[in-house]
Design a protein. Structure first.
Length: 214
């Protein structure tokens, strides 16, 4: 299980829905841009819910989601780092936003997964998806990073301290901007989120995308 402080992210159908829909929406956007030969930068994916992380490559976003998902469903307890917290917030917000803006697309992304389920796609579902994150004891430091980008290093460090933000804790977010490749463990970490055929398809397309972009 994945804990923020001492509170675990509930291992529920709701968390499954949030992770699955966010993953598939990002993957579909990435695939569409690849087929249409458009700039992949337009398809920023679910982490675009956090302005500072909008430029993280989509394949890295999916890799991060898979890693956090694997830690979430693990029988062992894992303490969430700031990347995990960012992923949890973003998948909940991305899924809730899709419920509100395009319910049909939400249903299409949710169906045919490892879990056969049907839920009313309405404002109550959007609220419950957001509460998954909001009810956890986090401080949302990842939402503050953009405020420090235009400051001089020392001024930025001082302001972070004054706001109660540990500068060292933010380093993991900056590291994400320099990543491009996907972990070799990526397919295995999708167990329980995608079907075996979906994993095979995703792995093939992801490999082709990364290869053609380097």
């Amino acid at each position: 299980m994945l804990k923020i402080l001492e509170t675990p992210l509930p291992q529920s159908l709701l968390s499954y829905v949030a992770f699955r829909v966010a993953f598939r929406e990002t993957f579909e956007r990435m695939s569409l841009h690849k087929r249409s030969a458009n700039d992949i930068g337009d398809a920023y994916g679910f982490l675009g819910e956090i302005p500072f992380l909008r430029e993280v490559p989509p394949q890295v976003q999916l890799d991060l989601l898979a890693t956090t998902w694997q830690r979430h469903i693990s029988r062992e307890a894992h303490v969430a780092d700031l990347v995990d917290e960012s992923v949890i917030y973003a998948v909940c917000e991305a899924a809730a936003r899709l419920v509100e803006q395009d319910a049909d697309a939400f249903v299409n992304l949710m169906r045919s997964g490892p879990v056969d389920m049907a839920v009313p796609v309405d404002s109550y579902l959007a609220r419950e998806l957001r509460l998954l994150y909001l009810e956890l004891p986090n401080d949302g430091d990842f939402l503050l990073v953009s405020q420090f980008l235009d400051l001089e290093p020392e001024e930025s460090r001082q302001q972070k301290i004054e706001m109660g933000v540990d500068p060292r804790r933010l380093e993991s977010l900056f590291d994400l901007l320099g990543r491009w490749h996907v972990s070799s463990q990526f397919p295995a970490r999708l167990k329980g989120l995608l079907t075996e055929s979906e994993v095979a398809s995703v792995t093939t397309i992801m490999h082709a995308h990364v290869s053609s972009s380097t």
